[in-house]
Design a protein around this ligand. Structure first.
Ligand code: AMP
Length: 296
């Protein structure tokens, strides 16, 4: 079953303690679509500029349906991030929205009927525009980042309310709730209208909180960390991709938890190389092997 993936398609310049790369294919939609692709066919909703190279287009086209990826005259989104691997701190050194500044998603009637939808990290206004066009969603997963919590908190909360599963990391959850404990923050987000919330904690377990209960999924502990960029997008993409592959709803905690194990395994590979590079050789078998090694 196809999975609609909204988000950025970007060129990233990435610096970590392990090295530096410039103009690497990234963006929340690229990362998430690669992760979905092991389980289901992703449909990317986004925009690139006319500077987007054919080789990156061909790579994305080998993983995803690009019929909703627009090309506008101008530049592709660019992000420069610096990660301190010891402290886990990420600094956004620059963000150039470029063609995203004028992007307004208009789904074809086929795309508007997508059943599985990932509202990846992008302006809440764009996430809400896509939400309003959906005709028959079965599972909507949404993600965000600190920038949007700072600049459009109401929009972030509205996206959470209209999603089945809202994903964020512990820092973002603390920004929204004032609570540093992941489970307490998840409960507080339910109080703000969330249905199911997953609070991610890097190397510590991800916590799923919903009215039906709480579940924890451990992280994979033997990661050779190179670049954490896109970890959240890979987690979201693989989790939702699994749910889509099973054709299930997000109303059963154990099924979501199964999906999260694929999310953890896929994200653990993604952060072992810069940007989206790992997806040039990763296989479903690799993901299955690492998933089955999780201490559940
Ligand atoms: P993550 O590490 O999961 O936060 O995602 C990193 C990806 O998000 C990078 O590949 C960036 O290109 C992309 N990104 C960074 N800032 C933004 C933004 N403001 N809106 C959308 N995508 C962004």
């Amino acid at each position: 079953m196809a999975v609609l993936v909204l988000g950025s398609v970007a060129f990233d310049t990435l610096e970590t303690d392990r090295g530096h790369v410039a103009d690497c294919l990234g963006g929340s939609a690229s990362h998430a679509a690669c992760a979905v692709s092991y389980f289901a066919r992703p449909l990317i909703v986004g925009v690139v500029g006319d500077d987007f190279p054919q080789k990156d287009w061909d790579f994305l086209a080998s993983r995803a349906d690009l019929s909703e990826l627009k090309v506008l005259s101008g530049k592709t989104f660019r992000w420069h991030g610096q990660h301190n691997l010891a402290t886990g701190e990420t600094v956004s050194k620059s963000t150039e929205l470029n063609t995203y500044a004028e992007f307004s998603p208009k789904l074809s009637s086929d795309s508007a009927h997508a059943a599985y939808v990932l509202l990846g990290n992008i302006a809440p206004e764009l996430q809400l525009k896509v939400l309003r066009q959906l005709k028959s969603p079965r599972v909507i997963v949404a993600d965000t980042m600190p920038l949007w919590i700072d600049t459009d908190r109401d929009g972030v909360i509205e996206v959470m309310r209209q999603s089945h599963i809202f994903m964020l990391n512990a820092e973002e959850a603390a920004m929204l709730t004032g609570k540093r404990d992941a489970e307490e923050a998840g409960v507080a987000l339910l109080g703000q209208g969330g249905r199911s919330v997953i609070v991610k904690q890097g190397g510590d377990p991800s916590v799923l909180v919903s009215q039906a209960g709480v579940r924890k999924v451990p992280s994979y502990s033997k990661v050779d960390l190179v670049d954490p960029t896109g970890a959240g997008d890979n987690f979201a993409g693989a989790t939702l991709g699994y749910l889509a592959s099973q054709g299930v709803l997000a109303d059963n905690l154990d099924v979501i938890m199964q999906g999260m194990t694929y999310g953890v395994a896929t994200a653990s590979f993604a952060i072992e190389d810069f940007g989206t590079r790992v997806h040039r050789h990763l296989t479903k078998e690799d993901i299955e092997a690492r998933r089955s090694a999780l201490p559940l």
